[in-house]
Design a protein around this ligand. Sequence first.
Ligand SMILES: [Zn+2]
Length: 439
Amino acid sequence: MLPSYFIPLFLLVTIHLNVYAFKSYSQYQLWRLDVTNNEQVAKLLDFSRVAYQQNINFWSEEFRVNNPIDVSIAPESIESFASFLLSDDIKIKYHVIMKDIGSIIERQNLIHKLIPSYENFDDFAYDKYHPIEEIYAWIDTMVQTYPSLATSFVVGTSYEKRQMKGLKISSNKTAVTVAGIPVNTKKAVWWDGGIHAREWISPATNIYIAHSLLSSYGTDPTITHLVDQFDYYILPVFNVDGYAYTWKTDRLWRKTRSKTSQPGCFGADPNRNWNYHWCEGGASPDPCDDTYCGSKPFSEVETAQVSNFLRAHNDTVVHYINFHSYSQLWMSPWGYTTKKPEQFKLQDDGSAKAVKALGAVFGTNYVHGNIGSTIYIASGNTVDWTFGAANITFSYAVELRDTGEYGFLLPEDQIVPTGKETLAGELALLQYIEGKVYV
Ligand SMILES: [Zn+2]
């Protein structure tokens, strides 16, 4: 047998291409549908359940009258989908937002980033998207750079046996003070990103905010105070297998990567898989659907492990954020019903503060409210469980930038602005929560 360095170059190139066969979105279009009545909403919802059969994929989670619905269409389905929309019994107007999704993916040069570069983590680029290996190397760098504040933690192992690795920030001060008086139990905060794999701005925003807390501790009085008052658990990439898949195979993948009962259909929606009013509405029992709720609650090892971690820490965790994109929404429970919980005002007042502070930075406009009314019914979602089952009062689902110009393909030059404004919103919310939990 020849030693490995005798492998001819052409063979290496072949292996490389096989590993990184990337799904092409060449000539796929993104349309925005204008839905004006409930009959249209109902028909579109019905259609959305079988849309995958025609390579049609709804980017929007909002199915409401007078709310634009974004949907991507494979070139071979453009004609038939147009005639469906314009047919007499549905009559939905639409316009084309992106003429060629594939060219935008290419223009953003995403494919070139498939080969990780681990060097120079002192110069980690906060204005770039990073594959999972680089994010984990960044966590290690933070631990080395800020040893008195940062440690890493592992929630568990994913379906494809990747670590689910996070960053804990704690100033190790045990006596939290309120008006100068020590309070013994220090409360904790949990943020995560990337529960939906293609929503790349959400891991990037977690990274930006975590780094801001670490690098500004001791110089920025607001951050120093809030880092002393709370411990922070940050899981930048929740759906780690799905995220890796968006880097190497399909940029627009959403779900986990587990096997299902349906050959050829993989993964469940990790934001429909939680054991609280599981799979009641706004979630699909069809393994091929993008909102597949899984074979049972917590069928996905990733959601099961995060829920175990939160249960084990639920005497301290008082605030949870599940970061998504896109739509610019700051939302609180419930998602399984349009009804609001008793604590809605307490929660939504916090959203209002966050949205106001966020908007003050660059004028970015966010809407806030309960999930069920602000977007649509989504049962088995993360924050319904963190609030309903784990009693984390200040549980939020946040949809980051934008409102559809680029959608999931938000350009890298918006990473830092998104980070800055979201940090401002979050600091305002933390100050609000501080006043509610330390009394
Ligand atoms: Zn999402």
